[in-house]
Design a protein around this ligand. Structure first.
Ligand code: GTP
Length: 598
């Protein structure tokens, strides 16, 4: 196809406004999958995405479309996640687009993430076309939605498309709008190849599969490519388009989005934001690439079985191909051995990474309590940023400590105002402002410590607002705080991987909760086990696991030796998910329960 017949666009929306449903309809309309292979949420292909009903990964799908003008177009729909933790994924996807459809639910109107996303789209100079969705709902208020698009977004509400992604009504107009209202990409297929890597993934059979947007030039099978950042060279085995499955093509040209397979086994050669060119006729300039991700939560990861360390290393490297926002560096713990200190964009991101490592790479992990970055000024005037409790200095040497704060905007129906206020106060929040958006929807603003928000804040907010609360935040600098390091001792031995940095006011509660959790999770052993929480040398909470040893073979009386052996083996397997700390076996679940007891 000619470059004039290509469109790259994404759909942006607040969560639940129907992005996945609309994408499904567009995929069906383009007939790239048979009815038999079609399933809902076509673009959410990972198990975690389907189970949780959220989009985590951005995905591209190339949809062929013959428009009313008789021409055939290639429409690249670039799907993006909605949760704030994945906005890095969104910003990279938008860099490959010229346009965006902004979806607004006709019964909900403009919401927090609608605004956040439109700002992102504007930063990338995208042509934004508003679409009012769910017009089939009895509660749809189309005129009201138009007014909101006018007033809150500064777009022309009257020109908004009106669709029902559910029934399919008006959906074809979305394709026509892409063709007629959105610009085609610019680029020269005859110029030296300049292709931007915006994502990649590892395939056990084919090596690293690189996802690119071609800005200039042409790439085809047999070409010798080179990565600009490290000059590594490979021969292209296959290029093609993403059409749910990979569709091999003869070549990819300027303006297109697709993949390159080149037998790349060295994972480190490929990095997101790098430029691919041809070895023979290279481009001079690398593409601008992407800004660096900005992790806000840090935690260390250790394999449950210490000999899995090499596998963890490889798994993290492979996962990083598919999750450019993940950062990690080597770390070591006295209790847990070698591991990695990792940075995440939020707690949901942390959970997703942990789950993907366990599912996709079959590695059981122990995670340490997540921490934000504290700014510590020592008595001698030196200032350092610390996110790892293990590196927390002796309190005697600390002049002052500051912690990161966020500015939070919470939009709710006003009947939940009291409950939300309560939740925020419990999390050391300060209400700064509120304003009515409509006669019964209110936006409340708070200054909150980031450390409070990374725990269960979002879940608490959702539960007190019965799901009606929307929450958005930005980091807003550091404020002075009163921090202590909370240690845990199991059988008299300090377990460094359990240490946490917490606000002094929260320390006793946190210590009690964690000790209780540990008591429940640590199995009884032949001796009594004391579990203690301490600040410095001072014990502030204590629980005891009483002595007892479960003899699993006692149950099978008689001489069935094979049955006995099976049981013993089962027990041994269970032990793989245990970690010996001094004389005590601590199960993986104990570490995870403490992590969540914040
Ligand atoms: P995330 O992937 O979580 O960001 O959500 P989403 O924006 O992709 O929303 P999704 O497509 O999952 O739709 C959310 C809910 O709205 C689902 O229950 C859909 O069935 C429903 N829905 C989507 N479009 C329409 C529509 O046009 N009419 C009606 N009545 N319901 C719709």
């Amino acid at each position: 196809v000619k470059i004039e017949n290509i469109r790259n666009f994404s759909i942006i929306a607040h969560i639940d406004h129907g992005k996945s449903t609309l994408s499904d309809r567009l995929i069906q309309l383009a007939e790239i999958v048979s009815d038999r292979d079609f399933k809902d949420q076509m673009l959410d292909s990972m198990d975690i995405e389907r189970e949780r009903g959220i989009t985590i990964k951005s995905q591209t799908v190339t949809l062929p479309y013959t428009a009313a003008d008789g021409e055939t177009y290639l429409l690249n729909l670039i799907d993006t996640p909605g949760h704030v933790d994945f906005s890095y994924e969104v910003s990279r996807a938008l860099a490959s687009c010229e346009g965006a459809f902004l979806l607004v639910d006709a019964s909900q109107g403009v919401e927090a993430q609608t605004l956040a996303n439109i700002y992102l789209a504007m930063e990338h100079d995208l042509e934004i076309v508003p679409v009012i969705n769910k017009i089939d709902l009895p509660s749809a208020e189309i005129e009201w939605a138009k007014d909101q698009i006018d007033e809150d977004l500064g777009l022309d509400g009257d020109s908004a498309l009106q669709v029902s992604a559910k029934t399919g009504q008006g959906v074809e107009a979305v394709f026509e709008a892409a063709v007629n209202l959105m610009p085609s990409p610019e680029g020269d297929s005859n110029a030296p190849l300049q292709a931007l890597i915006f994502d990649s993934h590892y395939d056990p059979y084919r090596g690293t599969i690189v996802h690119v947007r071609i800005f200039h030039g042409t790439i085809k099978k047999g070409d010798k490519i080179s990565f600009l950042s490290n000059n590594s060279q490979y021969k292209v085995e296959e290029v093609g388009l993403f059409q749910i499955v990979r569709k091999p093509m003869d070549k990819l040209e300027a303006g297109q989005v697709g993949y390159i397979i080149a037998g790349i086994k060295t994972i480190r050669d490929v990095s997101c934001g790098d430029t691919v060119t041809l070895a023979e006729n290279p481009c001079v300039q690398p593409m601008p690439g992407f800004r660096e991700p900005n992790p806000v939560v840090f935690s260390s990861m250790y394999p449950v079985a210490s000999d899995d360390y090499a596998e963890l290393t490889e798994a993290l490297e492979k996962l990083k191909l598919n999750d450019a926002s993940l950062i990690f560096e080597k770390d070591a713990s006295a209790a847990l051995g070698f591991g990695y200190r990792c940075g995440f964009l939020g707690l949901l991101h942390l959970e997703v990474v942990q789950e993907r490592l366990e599912r996709e790479y079959d590695i059981s992990l122990i995670l340490t309590s997540p921490s934000v970055q504290y700014e510590i000024t020592r008595s001698d005037g030196t200032v350092e940023i610390i996110d790892n409790p293990a590196l927390y200095p002796d309190p005697m040497e600390i002049e002052k400590t500051r912690e990161p704060f966020i500015k939070a905007a919470i939009i709710i129906p006003d009947r939940y105002m009291g409950a939300v206020m309560q939740v925020c106060l419990e999390h050391r929040g300060v209400s700064t402002n509120y304003q009515y958006l409509t006669s019964n929807r209110i936006e409340m603003k708070f200054d909150l410590p980031l450390a409070e928000v990374v725990y269960e804040f979002y879940d608490r907010l959702k539960s007190v607002t019965q799901g009606y609360g929307s929450f958005d935040y930005e980091i807003a600098g550091y404020q002075e705080t009163d921090l202590v390091k909370l240690d845990f001792l199991v059988n008299g031995e300090r377990v460094d991987a359990l240490s946490q940095l917490v606000h002094r006011d929260k320390a006793v509660d946190r210590a009690r909760n964690a000790c209780k959790q540990l008591r429940e999770e640590i199995p009884r052993q032949m001796f009594k086990i004391a579990i203690q929480g301490a600040i410095g040398g001072k014990i502030i909470s204590r629980e005891t696991v009483s002595a007892y040893r479960k003899d699993v073979t006692a149950k099978c009386y008689g001489g069935d030796i094979s049955r006995k052996r099976k049981l013993l083996e089962k027990q041994k397997k269970g032990k793989k998910r245990m970690k010996m700390v001094g004389a005590v076996e601590i199960p993986q679940s104990a570490f995870l329960s403490v992590l969540k007891s914040g």
